[in-house]
Design a protein around this ligand. Structure first.
Ligand code: TXA
Ligand code: MG
Length: 349
């Protein structure tokens, strides 16, 4: 695998597009997280993608396209709501689930009648798709069930030589995966919350949208019992270290208990909680801080999302006994972050 630095050149892009045409795997930056891309029209490439990802083949992947105009190559019929949302949010962190066009591979759709489509905003992603000249199937560039990568380095650490090339576009701006809106049911529904929140979707569509995350959603009876949305598995996006999400008072209490028996704990908490811990635990807490096992969480949801996976990844590498995370606020702006924290703290399957 060749290593590329942040300054990805035109010839890197040419090489990446050529590798994709040969059915190889290229990881690339998007504004949300890094994707592990392959030619969405090549069955052989898709099979290798599933193998490297370690993902069951009945779990669909998102197809990344260059522009709204390409929708028709992948989806049919396209409801007016799709164009409204595409117009408002593309290029950007929104995935639309639409009825699939007849020629779309079952490996892309996980055997379903729908396909997930997105026009990413990251300039490198856009250039790559344009140069390649087709749709790129790309799940997040991590092994199945692990934390999504938001830097090229995290991709390399997670996938090693199984990826043929990694395009480095620097750290991702949004930091958590796209909002997924399904337009194949009776009513639009959010299958995975992201930084485009339910209110923004409703404002564009002019109607109420089901905001339920897929975490608890059951598939329709006619689709059988299989979990079709990998993000819906409770333990998705998980660090290896056990993690608990709790309100401020409980975090303080749990930390105190661990401290008393000399346990190394990671903490992600808001400023006020951190201050309260300093005054409750004094030197013990300050010592823990020195070992960089604590992170003061930003108050802004966008900033929090941008850093969440990197923070969890960093704490996960410290062989801690537990990671304690303070619950985030209740507003819809935090839906995406709250969803990822909930999944990351769910018991491993
Ligand atoms: O931001 C993102 O969406 C990132 C970047 C790389 O674009 N991609 C991403 O892909 O998160 P992945 O494969 O890790 O998650 C895609 C989600 C899965 O939960 C998958 O089940 C769902 O999209 N999905 C894809 N096609 C679908 C379909 N036809 N019906 C229902 N869910 C679908
Ligand atoms: Mg993923």
């Amino acid at each position: 695998m060749s290593i590329h630095n942040f300054q990805t050149t035109d010839s890197d892009l040419d090489r990446a597009a050529e590798l994709l045409r040969q059915g190889r795997l290229v990881a690339f930056p998007t504004e949300t997280v890094y994707g592990l891309g392959c030619d969405a029209s090549s069955e052989a490439a898709l099979k290798r993608l599933y193998l490297v990802k370690g993902r069951p083949v009945d779990h669909p992947v998102i197809v990344h396209i260059a522009a709204v105009a390409d929708l028709e190559k992948w989806a049919a019929p396209i409801p007016p709501a799709a164009y409204k949302l595409a117009e408002a949010f593309w290029p950007g962190p929104l995935t639309l689930i639409l009825p699939r066009a007849a020629q779309v591979s079952r490996l892309v759709t996980g055997g379903q009648d729908s396909v997930g489509l997105r026009v990413p905003a990251h300039p490198l992603a856009r250039k790559l798709i344009e140069r390649f000249g087709g749709g790129l199937a790309a799940p997040s560039a991590n092994r199945f069930g692990r934390l999504s990568p938001t830097t090229a380095q995290a991709v390399r650490e997670g996938l090693g030589d199984d990826v043929d090339m990694v395009l480095d576009g620097g750290p991702c701006d949004v930091g958590i995966e796209s909002t997924i809106v399904s337009l194949v049911g009776e009513r639009p529904a959010i299958l995975r919350p992201g930084m485009i929140d339910v209110k923004a979707i409703e404002a564009v569509l002019g109607l109420a949208v089901e905001a339920g995350s897929a975490a608890t959603a059951k598939t329709k009876p006619d689709q059988g019992d299989a979990i079709r949305v990998p993000g819906a598995l409770p333990s998705h996006y998980a660090p290896r270290t056990p993690m608990a999400v709790a309100q401020s008072a409980d975090i303080i209490e749990l930390f105190g208990e661990g401290l008393a028996i000399g346990r190394n704990q990671g903490v992600i908490a808001f400023e006020e909680t951190v201050e309260a811990m300093k005054s409750s635990f004094g030197q013990g807490f300050l010592n823990a801080m020195e070992f960089e096992t604590w992170i003061v969480a930003p108050d802004d949801a966008g900033e929090y999302a941008r850093r969440i996976y990197d923070s969890l990844r960093r704490l996960d590498q410290l062989a801690l006994h537990k990671i304690l995370v303070e619950a985030v606020p209740t507003g819809t702006a935090w839906d995406g972050v709250r969803d990822r924290l909930t999944r990351a703290s769910a018991p491993q399957l």
